[in-house]
Design a protein around this ligand. Sequence first.
Ligand SMILES: CC(C)(COP(=O)(O)OP(=O)(O)OC[C@H]1O[C@@H](n2cnc3c(N)ncnc32)[C@H](O)[C@@H]1OP(=O)(O)O)[C@@H](O)C(=O)NCCC(=O)NCCS
Length: 153
Amino acid sequence: MPISLLSFRHLPKVMDIEQRAYPWPWTEGMFVDSLRNGHLCYCIHDHDTLLGYIILFVAAGESHVLNVCVDPDQQGRGLGRRLLEHGLAAAKDLGAEAAFLEVRVSNEAAIRLYERNGFLRVGRRKQYYPAGDTREDALVYRRDLGVVGSGSK
Ligand SMILES: CC(C)(COP(=O)(O)OP(=O)(O)OC[C@H]1O[C@@H](n2cnc3c(N)ncnc32)[C@H](O)[C@@H]1OP(=O)(O)O)[C@@H](O)C(=O)NCCC(=O)NCCS
């Protein structure tokens, strides 16, 4: 399944996946901001069917993974791992030496994805995420990008 640049024309399908995959999804405006601000935005697809996407950015030698998401009907097939590796390789090519991300403490699938792919837990942000009428902690992860392959875009 190829990975290519995400663009504005993908937004209807992205929003469909986003709203089915997350209890607290991004708004369309957040994706528009990422596309306009030159964030690294990639999608994985099967012919014309978009199956998942990743959004990250690079600043001051660090990459920050903002969103990685796979259609719930397609999860568990290695697509999340492929998106992550692709995005991190692109970030490394742009000079990032490390990648950071936050994840909800309850998000077992994502935590497993990150821990199985070289991310180490480096912190915890108390009550970082909204969660209905309460808040939820974030775990902070870091990965050294020295080991990420280059040129896989
Ligand atoms: C997190 C997510 C991107 C993983 O994508 P995926 O394509 O299903 O992941 P992969 O198939 O590449 O699997 C990666 C690892 O995660 C594990 N995993 C996937 N789904 C899982 C689940 N529901 N529970 C536990 N582990 C899970 C896989 O077993 C695999 O680990 P392994 O190598 O030990 O087998 C996907 O579950 C998703 O889109 N979730 C909703 C959005 C989200 O929460 N994104 C992360 C925000 S921080």
